[in-house]
Design a protein around this ligand. Structure first.
Ligand code: SF4
Length: 354
């Protein structure tokens, strides 16, 4: 794959080539014709878990409070995205977004926007059992929960916290509050929790949760990722088919990251997000806002566009929208992990969000 061409024919651009010649108007279009309509907003870089593939046990140097966007600033940027830039999906993420005191108010403001975006949350579900009803009342549509094992000892080994019961209670509370479909995202690490693939699937099948396995990506804070250590989509499918029959789900995939299979004839499904071995960058529709007000046009972007400073210096909504458009135009065709020149972004996953 050359740097300027879109990735191979795994996936096709989901959108017709739009008019990008009229600055000040139109959506978030990159130079390859992809249109970003799915906004991921990191509400904090802090977390109450210490997942080994994300950050060290002692945690990280958190963003200085003064650099973190206020609730009002986040709501304003989400509003600009929805009203001026064609954003129709908003996913709140972290770090751990449940640690954000103003989360419910931010969700309520997002769901009050018109046209109404679909609003979801990526969380580790610790404490969700307390706030799920309030999030549902604020209009939250659904949740994605990160869970890599249902074995208490392994959970503690992977996260340095003994909180599996809280996660399971949070998932049940989300289901009860109607935040559905409840999706569970799992990362498998070679020699650590590969054995958990089938117990995780059975756990989700029994409860009606949609499980998706995600290939581990080079976004850890300690830059220890190696391709050889990564559990690939092929490895995962091989494990699952040892006990279940998987048939490709024919429903159109569009820009969705997950490839899906019907489990034992369906309707239950399982998904694999093969970010490294079978990337889906060609149909990418995502744009990201960090907790400190930076636009990232890709999870692996090595450059960011600062909206926080411009906003605090009095920029108008239109000026902020234009900065966002310009940041998107420069988006590279893909993550480039396969390129010999690939460099892991300096910002860790915990400060970008899922
Ligand atoms: S790696 Fe970047 S371009 Fe590829 S799907 Fe993810 S965000 Fe989109």
């Amino acid at each position: 794959m050359t740097r300027d061409a879109l990735p191979d024919p795994w996936v096709r651009p989901a959108h017709p080539k739009p008019d990008v010649t009229a600055p000040g108007t139109g959506g978030l279009v990159d130079r390859h014709g992809r249109v970003a309509t799915d906004l991921r907003v990191s509400l904090t870089d802090r977390c109450n878990l210490r997942c080994t593939y994300c950050m060290p046990p002692e945690g990280l140097d958190w963003l200085p409070k003064v650099e973190v966007l206020t609730d009002e600033e986040i709501v304003r940027l989400v509003r600009i995205g929805v009203e001026k830039l064609g954003i129709n999906e908003v996913r709140f993420t972290g770090g751990e977004p449940l640690l954000r005191p103003g989360l419910v108010g931010i969700v309520a403001a997002a769901t009050a926007l018109r046209p109404r975006p679909e609003v979801s949350l990526t969380t580790n579900a610790i404490g969700l059992s307390r706030v799920a009803p309030a999030l549902a009342a604020a209009g939250l549509d659904r949740i994605n929960c990160s869970l890599d094992t249902v074995d208490p000892a392994r959970f503690k080994q992977l996260t340095h916290r003994d909180r599996l019961d809280d996660v399971i209670a949070g998932l049940a509370a989300a289901q009860a509050a109607g935040l559905t479909p409840v999706k569970v995202n799992a990362v498998l690490l070679r020699g650590i929790n590969e054995e958990d693939a089938l117990p995780l699937l059975d756990f989700c099948l029994e409860r009606g949760y949609e499980l998706r396995f995600i290939e581990q990506m080079p976004l850890d804070a300690h830059h220890a990722w190696t391709r050889g250590e990564m559990v690939t989509a092929e490895d995962i499918l091989e494990r699952l088919t040892a006990s279940h029959t998987l048939t490709p789900d024919v429903e159109a995939r569009g820009s969705a990251p997950a490839e899906r299979w019907l489990v034992d004839g369906g309707p239950a499904t399982v998904g694999v997000i093969a970010s490294v071995t079978r990337n889906f960058c060609g149909a990418c529709d995502r744009t990201r806002l960090t907790a400190d007000g930076q636009i990232r046009n890709c999870l692996f972007a090595r450059e960011e566009s600062d909206l926080r400073t411009a906003m605090r210096e009095g920029a108008t909504d239109d000026e902020l929208a234009d900065r966002w458009r310009i940041a998107t135009l420069a988006k590279l065709p893909g993550h480039g992990i396969d390129d010999p020149s690939f460099l892991q972004p300096s910002r860790p996953m915990s400060a970008i969000g899922g």
